[in-house]
Write a protein that binds this ligand. Structure first.
Ligand code: PMP
Length: 405
């Protein structure tokens, strides 16, 4: 069949396809442990549900302004003021169907064909693909072995006259690392000086542990909201565990927002008012839900680290935040795709291969699940990988066989 070469070159989303595989296995009755998920088990916050339900019962479900309902954008302004210490106008905000679409629309708006976008490994799987989808060129900067954060000098070396933007995600998916304040400050100064856009994906901003704080670049810039090169991507998916509500946003100079609005107007018109109402409910409602989620995640992270501690050959950098940790599994072979698919087949545990995040030999393990699943999942992985362990174990009434040796 004749299809676009560009579209065919876009990789399948490995995380979404793993979710699908896990779902199919579960449907077949298999006792799958899902350590691959990028979403927690919580219910949506009550204020989100009530606000959305009220909008639905009103029967007023029509197109909204493309850039988003004003009251939602005002709630985003308040969020920006509280969490970044910056006062911006409604014209600096555009609401999209998730941070993913926000990023796509932003890159579509910023890039000319062949422009380069610097992506720091380990990176969220979608960055390189989205850059390619808008005819840009992803340039990956990989920190030296054993580090999850590149040095400023390594980033500078990757900059050319074609560099349009640098994407930074901190706290980071997949490593859980918060980028050091000094690096964030250097990046802001460098980008403002050189006229390079610094796209900060702050989606895990508040889900941080051990009393640490995320350092938002938007707070560091001395430029005003109309001239700054620091652009913010954020949303409710991770903050409130509201992944299915598909609301994300961009904070940027109004010149960028105006063009992005045209791009969005010609593609999606607007995000559903029901989902916008839910987002507004979450942002203006009881905020203790975020702290409850954060505490659950911190506890889960501790359980996962505890379980991994006794695991021969594995090293893990304790995550500062997010839903994930990224242990080094190179002692069990360098091919993370093969390792991950082996673990799914033999131990029925979903993990995400590090290769997808630009860091081969590692596996991303999500602790956005139950303590029981975390314990069971790590126990099964240990069993599957330890040549000394018994050849079979029972999970419920299902026998797992380590017949790969
Ligand atoms: N950025 C990062 C770093 C993410 O991990 C994700 C979701 N996995 C997104 C953006 C997309 O979020 P949304 O659900 O709002 O599209």
């Amino acid at each position: 069949m004749s299809l676009s070469q560009l579209a065919r070159a876009i990789a399948e989303s490995p995380t979404l396809s793993l979710n699908e595989q896990a779902r199919l296995l579960r449907e077949r009755g298999e006792a799958v442990v899902h350590l691959g998920a990028g979403e927690p088990k919580n219910r949506a916050p009550i204020n989100a549900i009530l606000n959305s339900a009220a909008r639905l019962s009103s029967g007023d479900v029509k197109y909204t302004p493309t850039e988003g309902i004003l009251s939602l954008r005002k709630a985003i302004l308040r969020y920006t003021e509280e969490n970044y210490g910056r006062v911006v106008a409604p014209e600096n905000v555009l609401v999209s169907a998730g941070a993913k679409q926000a990023l796509y629309n932003l890159l579509f708006t910023l890039l000319n064909p062949q422009d380069e976008v610097i992506i720091l490994a380990p990176f969220w799987v979608s960055y390189p693909e989205i850059v390619k989808m808008v005819y840009g060129i992803p340039v990956i900067v990989t920190p030296e072995d054993g580090r999850f954060v590149p040095r400023m000098s390594e980033i500078e070396q990757a900059v050319t006259s074609y560099t349009k933007a640098i994407i930074v995600n901190s706290p980071n998916n997949p490593s859980g690392v918060i980028y050091p304040e000094s690096l964030v400050a250097e990046l802001v100064e460098f980008c403002e000086q050189r006229g390079i856009y610094l796209i900060m994906d702050d989606i895990y901003q508040k889900l941080v542990f051990d009393g640490k704080m995320h350092t938002p670049a938007y707070r560091f810039t001395t430029k005003d909201p109309e001239t700054t090169r620091v652009l913010v991507i954020n949303g409710i998916s991770k903050l409130y565990g509201m992944t299915g509500f598909r609301i994300g946003w961009v904070v940027a100079p109004r010149e960028i927002i105006q063009v992005m609005t045209n791009v969005q107007a010609q593609t999606t018109s607007c995000v559903s008012p029901l989902l916008q109402a839910a987002a507004e409910g979450a942002l203006t409602g009881i905020q203790s839900v975020v702290e409850t989620l954060r505490l659950t995640l911190e506890n889960n992270r501790n359980v996962m680290l505890q379980e991994l501690r006794g695991f021969t050959g594995i090293t893990v950098h304790p995550p500062d935040g997010t839903y994930y940790c990224l242990p080094d599994f190179r002692a069990y072979g360098g091919d993370s795709v093969a390792l991950s698919s082996f673990l799914l087949k033999k131990a029925l545990v979903v993990t995400v291969p590090g290769k997808e995040f630009g860091i081969e030999g590692y596996l991303r393990l999500s602790y956005a699940t139950t303590v029981k699943e975390i314990k069971q999942g790590i126990e099964r992985i240990k069993w599957a990988l330890d040549p000394e362990s018994p050849n079979e174990i029972y999970i419920g009434d299902r026998k797992l066989l380590r017949d790969w040796l």
